[in-house]
Design a protein around this ligand. Structure first.
Ligand SMILES: [Zn+2]
Length: 365
């Protein structure tokens, strides 16, 4: 029997993509409905103003809600305000947190969700998963797929480099996650969905192929990374879980959030996790070395780059297997203190911070 998959009915990844909000294929189903725009701080508010200037919304039918964090209290408050205003459509304009909040509120209201990312810092731009803060700890929730995703390259080009680089980290993690999924399947701890794993692998391969092109422009790099992150989100929808894009490297990032104060962006922490996971995976089987891609893209290659100490990284690695019931390469090792020190030495042997220079001129933004 075949299975049905949730994907956005409208997806645009191009310059000027925000204009599609007023095109008949989208405007026809939002026209005359009560709309709530969920957006973030001053930077994303500027984009929101630009969007609203260009779209002929009836001023009586929309209102804007600003959110400053993704805590459960804030989400409950936004949901109440949406209920009071009779919201029928949710539009999320912002970075990963805003998009996640828009997905959660839209899912609770059973309202169609439109997402306009202002940065591509993670695969949240088009996935059935949202991360929220529950009692100061991050937790993942299953949410509805957005009905439309409009990724405007003109907006992404002016987003901070750090956010883009975090997105690259979240994308590269597909490699270590798929390795872990296969491993779990072989150990009879999980069932692998071949279709979902092919999609997640093709997404990251398409990205890796493009970054090897010497004459690559920043716009092409952003477009391909956005496409690949969208495909990663769809792979999760196919799998019915985050498995195709989340393995040991994500568990390490979750442990950094939970035990060590979550000092960096999700994609940055996941990138550190990729370096650790690929080291262990190479001990166990064939795993591609992603280090050259890290250097090329300017990804963090040392825990000190993200403000963590050696003891914190050791703690995160040792706690990671218990962060959720997910079999990964970490379950194949029971690392004692001496082995953990060896791992840290081998993976981060540069000694001091190793901020790599990006090959794409991603500096100073
Ligand atoms: Zn992620």
């Amino acid at each position: 029997m075949s299975k049905s998959i949730d994907i956005p009915a409208h997806l645009r990844i191009e310059r000027g993509a925000i204009h599609h909000l007023s095109s008949p294929d989208i405007y026809s189903w939002i026209k005359g409905r009560k709309i709530t725009v969920i957006t973030g701080n001053s930077q994303t508010r500027t984009v929101t103003d630009k969007v609203l200037e260009q779209v002929p919304f009836d001023p009586l039918l929309y209102h804007i809600l600003h959110c400053h964090d993704n805590s459960l209290d804030v989400i409950n408050q936004l949901e109440r305000q949406c209920l009071e205003s009779g919201t029928e459509v949710i539009i999320g304009i912002g970075g990963g947190k805003v998009l996640d909040i828009a997905k959660v509120v839209g899912t609770r209201l059973k309202a169609p969700i439109i997402l306009l990312p202002t940065a591509i810092s993670s695969d949240a731009i088009c996935s059935p998963v949202a991360v929220i803060k529950l009692k100061d700890k991050k937790t993942s929730l299953g949410v509805s797929m957005p009905k439309a995703v409009l990724i405007d390259l003109d907006i992404l080009v002016s987003s901070p480099n750090r956010l883009c680089i975090a997105g690259f980290g979240d994308l590269l993690s597909n490699k270590t996650a798929i390795f872990d999924w296969k491993l779990a399947h072989q150990a009879n701890k999980d069932t692998m969905d071949t279709f979902a794993s092919l999609m997640a692998n093709n997404a990251v391969e398409a990205f890796l192929n493009v970054i090897n092109n010497q004459s690559l422009s920043e716009e092409t790099l952003l477009r391909v990374s956005a496409e690949s992150l969208v495909m990663s989100g769809i792979a999760m929808s196919v799998a019915g879980s985050s498995r195709p894009c989340s393995g040991a490297e994500h568990l390490i990032s979750h442990a950094l959030d939970y035990y060590c104060g979550g000092k960096a962006l999700h994609g940055e922490q996941v990138a550190l996790g990729v370096l650790i996971a690929q080291y262990l995976q190479k001990e166990y089987g064939n795993q591609e070395d992603l280090t050259p891609a890290f250097q090329q893209l300017g990804l963090p290659m040392h825990f000190k780059d993200l403000g963590y100490t050696k003891e914190e990284i050791k703690l995160a690695i040792s706690k990671a297997p218990n962060m959720r019931n997910r079999y990964t390469i970490l379950n194949e090792f029971s690392l004692n203190d001496k082995q953990l020190n060896q791992l840290i030495h081998d993976v981060f042997e540069f000694g001091e911070t190793s901020k790599a220079k990006t090959a794409f001129g991603f500096t100073g933004r």
